[in-house]
Design a protein around this ligand. Structure first.
Ligand code: GRF
Length: 202
């Protein structure tokens, strides 16, 4: 299967996928990364793709007149690589109608909290501020809400009394990277169907 991965930052989730594919072999893993896209340049996520010899593209919101035009341009750039699955791995933008019309049902996101708790851009900070004793990560399909789509898998991480946002986020990311690699591989190898809110991996 063909994967396009979208990033906005350090790209350690992308790296975990790259490593898993090169360790296992694309055939056995079930998928290869055919391109990496971003909404900004100069980020480590893009550098990781370049080092792996994978084509990259950047579509910045500010280069387009409207958010809809940006969304259509992003969708077009992704579509050019004919992906079976698109993975948002720390991609910090909400996509729009056109993107979802093309890739809905095969657009996977990873979020650093146990949804439906603590959606949005500050899932780790919000869980900590709330005083949650457990949090974690959620891999889910993207729908038209913010972190509201059907859940594929979750991983649990305990909150420690001495945790600050960055320490907690680092422990979540260790679990998140393993979960994402496992889930994407299973989706790619086995196929799946989405029944309402339930994701059934065959
Ligand atoms: C992940 O925790 C992701 O869920 C969150 O941002 C982090 C991205 O990390 N939204 P990286 O860029 O993959 O290192």
């Amino acid at each position: 299967k063909r994967l396009v991965v979208l990033v906005s930052g350090s790209g350690t989730n992308l790296q975990a996928l790259l490593d898993a594919i090169s360790d296992t072999g694309a055939e056995a893993y079930g998928a290869e990364i055919v391109a990496v896209g971003a909404d900004r340049d100069g980020i480590e996520g893009l550098a990781r793709a370049e080092r792996a010899g994978i084509p990259t593209f950047v579509r910045k919101v500010k280069d387009f007149g409207t958010r809809e035009e940006w969304d259509a341009a992003l969708a077009g750039a992704v579509a050019a690589y004919e992906p079976d699955l698109v993975v948002s791995a720390g991609f910090m933008k909400i996509v729009g109608k056109e993107f979802l019309a093309r890739f809905g049902g095969r657009f996977v996101n990873t979020h650093p909290a146990l949804l439906p708790s603590f959606p949005g851009a500050h899932g780790v900070r919000d869980a900590l501020a709330y005083g949650a004793k457990v949090t974690g990560c959620t891999v889910h399909f993207v729908d038209d809400g913010v972190d509201t789509g059907p859940i594929i898998a979750q991983g649990v991480v305990e909150v420690r009394t001495e945790d600050d946002e960055s320490a907690l986020h680092e422990r979540i990311k260790e679990v998140e990277r393993r979960l994402l690699v496992e889930v994407v591989g299973r989706l790619a190898r086995n196929g799946y169907r989405i029944e309402g809110r339930k994701v059934v991996i065959q």
